[in-house]
Design a protein around this ligand. Structure first.
Ligand code: GLA
Length: 411
């Protein structure tokens, strides 16, 4: 009784205090200077296109304009792809005042940004905390604030910041002392974060330092909206599968505003089979990965467009709960991933990294291991059809193919 009485008088006191502060806040309100809204970016994994995986160092202003045009014409923009990101090799020289200019391939960055924005899209750029980028172009070392302001003046919405030549800088500053080198690396990212924030422009900050020093543990505290977790991707199944496998266990680090980045998409590149393209895209969606296409948009085949614009799969990636999938179990060359979705829904991906499993020796899916009880009705997101699964369900899976299912009402 006594405790209840004490508690209720405390609540009363608190209520009158709150009321008093509300009254005085209301009285003061008209004289307050309106505050700028807090800038929030990457609440779902960023989606768009990046120049590197197809054009590499050959990319030009015209390629970027074409990509923007094609994002619109292909329906990709409507499906959610909004960032058009220029990767390495746009950079020219600094002038006497240290102002960086673009090179001859990019005659007018402001005009290019305006063009991309006129399509209802956003534009991204690339630099390094070191003196040079990976391709040997000008980096931002000692020009961080100047470069950040330049990007903001051009209207840039996204920065990929690639460690590269900062590695020798770290090694020179702290020879044979890896721990100090790692702290310097984090400080270099923090420095650019501060510079970007000082511009007042909302700019997505993408870390590219290949996952060093468990970047997922510290990137959010120094402004990272996404961070590469591995070395570079290539349009090759073994590499894509190896990268996906290395995401297992990182799921607790991803969430709205801060994402693990298993690198940009290779869908439509190289000699990937349709099954491999489907599996790659499904895995990235399950992993709540940024979906940055990297293919030749003007020459995209219809079957590749169908993969990249599959709305059901994109909805998994962009699910507002922002929970990354966990790899629940592996049996030989088959992996089973599960992702919790908003509204209590669940997505399950069964990936066959090996050769085809026929009806003679199919894969048997354990729903019990997935925490699902009894027969389930879901939607097969690649056929669009309803699929009924029971515990121990035999599945035929083609080589490197995927079964991706969404359960809206899992039991
Ligand atoms: C590194 C990055 C790639 C790409 C190139 C550009 O290798 O990891 O994604 O940006 O640099 O030089």
């Amino acid at each position: 009784m006594r405790i209840v009485a004490l508690l209720s008088s405390a609540v009363l006191a608190l209520t009158s205090l709150t009321a008093a502060s509300q009254t005085s806040a209301a009285a003061k309100a008209p004289t307050r200077t309106p505050q700028a809204p807090r800038q929030v970016v990457a609440q779902t994994p960023p989606m768009g296109w990046n120049s590197w995986n197809f054009f590499f160092e050959k990319v030009t202003d015209q390629d970027i304009r074409n990509a923007a045009d094609q994002l619109v014409a292909s329906g990709m923009k409507d499906a959610g792809y909004v960032y058009v990101n220029i990767d390495d090799t746009w950079e020219g020289q600094r002038d006497a005042d240290g102002v960086l200019h673009s090179n001859a391939k990019f005659p007018d960055m402001k005009a290019l940004a305006d063009y991309v924005h006129s399509k209802g899209l956003k534009i991204g750029i690339y630099s390094s905390p070191g003196p040079k980028t990976c391709a040997g172009y000008e980096g931002s070392l000692d020009h961080e604030a100047q470069d950040a302001q330049l990007y903001a003046d051009w209207g840039i919405d996204y920065l990929k910041y690639d460690l590269c030549s900062y590695i020798p800088v770290m090694e020179t500053k702290a020879p044979n002392d890896k721990a100090t080198q790692m702290r310097q690396m984090a400080a270099a990212y923090a420095k650019m974060d501060k510079a970007l924030k000082a511009t007042g422009r909302p700019i997505v900050f993408s870390f590219c330092q290949y996952g060093w020093d468990a970047v997922w543990e510290w990137a959010p505290s120094v402004g990272g909206n996404l961070w590469r977790t591995t070395g570079d991707i290539t349009p090759n199944w073994d590499r894509i599968y190896a990268i996906a496998s290395q995401q297992a266990g990182l799921e607790s680090y991803a969430g709205p505003g801060h994402w693990n980045d298993p690198d940009m998409l290779e869908v439509g590149n190289g000699k990937l089979s349709l099954a491999e393209n489907r599996s790659h895209f499904s895995l990235w969606a399950m992993l709540a990965a940024p979906l940055l296409a990297g293919n030749d948009l003007p020459n995209m085949k219809p079957e590749i467009k169908a993969i990249l614009t599959n709305r059901d799969v994109i909805a998994i990636d962009q699910d507002k709960l922002g929970k990354q999938a966990s790899r629940v179990y592996t049996e030989g060359e088959v992996d089973v991933w599960k992702r919790p979705l908003s509204g209590g829904a669940v997505a399950v991906a069964v990936i066959n990294a090996g050769d085809s499993r026929y009806s003679t020796h199919p894969f048997h899916l354990s729903l019990a291991k997935l925490g699902l009880h009894g027969p389930q009705n879901g939607k097969d997101l690649w056929t669009g059809k309803t699929i009924k699964l029971h515990d121990g369900q035999p599945l035929e899976l083609a080589r490197h193919d995927v079964l991706l299912v969404r359960f809206d009402a899992p039991k």
